[in-house]
Design a protein around this ligand. Sequence first.
Ligand code: PMV
Length: 328
Amino acid sequence: MEITASAPGKAILFGEHAVVYGKPAIAVAVDRKAYVTLKKREDKRVHVKINDLNLSGFLDLEKSEVKVENLNKKPEKKGILNYILSAVLKVQKGALQGMDIEIDLEIPIGAGLGSSAAITVATIAAVSKFNRMELSKDEIAEHAHNVELEVQGAASHIDTTLSTYGGMIYLSKNAEDIKPIKISGNLPLVVGYTEERGNTGELVESVKLKKETYPEAVNPILNAIESVTDDAVDALLEKDEKRIGELMNINHGLLDALGVNTGDLSRMAYTARRAGALGSKITGAGGGGSIIAYCPGKVEEVIKSIKKMDKAFNAALSVDGVKVKVKK
Ligand code: PMV
């Protein structure tokens, strides 16, 4: 028996950083997935292989430890094994059955696109199925959020919610509520990214320091991001393309003012606009990582232009969340 689970990554459309101060945010699941394939092993070991990283290792479930076996590229990325270990432990039931877990990614790891949440959600879905547990999506999302809390120390619900349910969400003020934003048709989005990425924790800290040092300047910026985000909900529901694009550009400028922009991100954002995107902005923490561009009728042109110097892909909205397939 072979079980494959897939879960999409995410991009924040509006409100990053301000969300840390209780402001709202809008985020979408993007049609780029993490795939987790699981097969039974004859021994009791849990072996993990992440093809894109050339990384493999064993999970010692008894000691809650990861033993790295092979790591040819990007040693800084081996931390992803901790999410998988914690996810496997969350849905263990009865005597341990050995398994081979293989992971394939369409999302770059560590580019602010929710790769760890997508891997966590897909692992929980696949392993729970393997252990004959029937989990609801709510239960998968809850376990996945707990994995993120355990591994990262702090986490919002944005990434794990989108990887589980798909679609687009509005996280309301003070994270009181997560509501789906339902639009008809697709959102023509392109993600551009560099290999360099900022450290989310450090960037959040740098904004906090700016806020403490220049409260009179920074508080109005956070309020402006809130206004842009709330206005964007209407623009998205009304499919007002021009307004969606302009609001993204304003949000980009406000993030620049908070100090999380970089030369690479600017280059990608302006390349996208020159190639016909109606709007473009940093997505996620900034300091490197990714931009997102809104490109009605211009997706291919924008991808081609960004690719001259950086990497880019079509990031259409994923209506689907986590999915599981069983092959006998
Ligand atoms: O690094 P990412 O893409 O997961 O985005 C972080 C978003 C922030 O608002 C900067 C931080 C947060 O925890 O919400």
